[in-house]
Design a protein around this ligand. Structure first.
Ligand SMILES: [Zn+2]
Length: 278
């Protein structure tokens, strides 16, 4: 799933290419794509795209009068739509601009969970933005300490909890735990001040690294291409210490870690039964 850096760079690309273009029409292709009734998407027709922003893992397609809040989920993409075919593969919704260009929201796979919310006014008090934690790239060590102190849960789970801290998913959770030399299963509320400081540094480092990579591209990377040390690298050598990268697999995600760097050499139990539940 694209996380903060990928969404941020993509928002910047879309802003640069489509900013200033007036909307001619919005068409939901799959009727489940549009999550809101009011205001209607037509409220944006005739208005210029002010820009595309980001909050957490959401794209904010801002026409001034209304904002289309877009979540790509796992396999969603929002891209220039050169063909504008009647039934685009995986098509969920299309924005057509007055100059004849268009943006198409697609989603690969069968799950179809990507969606569009049309909102006017303050986004922070409305779904789906309401309740999001602070964006991960804005959280300093002091703020991170407060977040950790109030969450008695596994660190990996806390990092992925969008209501605690927004923008981090499975990959960045794995990478930030590894860089900060913390166990993904450590209780966040019991981290020591120096550990929280390392965690905050790691979050910023991993986001900056991915953002720099993502900004060097013309389109969003696939998850395999993204920079990292441990995510989806089970069996490879840890680039820090040379120990083997290990994994604990769950139904919906995999925790990757280095025992030497992160758990004092302790190998965490692999929840192998979850493999059969996939
Ligand atoms: Zn290591």
């Amino acid at each position: 799933m694209p996380e903060l850096p990928e969404i941020q760079a993509h928002a910047e690309r879309l802003s640069a290419e489509f900013g200033g273009r007036a909307l001619a029409g919005f068409r939901p292709i799959a009727f489940t794509a549009l999550k809101t009734f009011a205001p209607p998407p037509e409220a944006a027709v005739g208005h210029a795209l002010a820009g595309v922003g980001r909050r957490g893992k959401y794209l904010l397609v801002d026409f001034g009068v209304v904002t289309f809040v877009v979540h790509l989920m796992q396999g969603g993409r929002l891209k220039p739509d050169e063909k504008q075919s009647a039934k685009p593969r995986g098509g969920l919704a299309r924005w057509v601009f007055a100059d004849g260009t268009a943006l198409l929201l697609t989603e690969a796979g069968t799950e179809k969970r990507a969606g569009v919310w049309v909102r006017e006014g303050e986004l922070e008090t409305q779904e789906p933005i309401e309740g999001l934690g602070p964006d991960a790239d804005t959280v300093d060590a002091t703020a991170m300490a407060a977040i950790c102190a109030t969450h008695s849960m596994r660190l990996h789970g806390l990092l992925r909890d969008q209501r605690a801290i927004a923008g981090i998913g499975r990959r960045l959770a794995n990478e930030t735990c590894h860089r900060s030399k913390l166990s993904p299963f450590a209780n966040a509320s019991k981290l020591k001040p120096d550990e929280v400081e390392r965690l905050a540094e790691a979050i910023h480092h991993c986001i900056d690294e991915s953002l720099a990579y993502e900004r060097s591209r013309d389109d969003m990377s696939s998850s395999k291409e993204r920079p990292g040390s441990v995510h989806h690298r089970a069996g490879e050598a840890c680039p820090v210490c040379g120990d083997v990268v290990r994994e604990v697999e769950y139904t919906r995600y995999t925790v990757n870690y280095c025992a030497t760097c992160q758990t004092g050499g302790k190998v965490l139990a692999d929840n192998t039964t979850s493999k059969f539940l996939k």
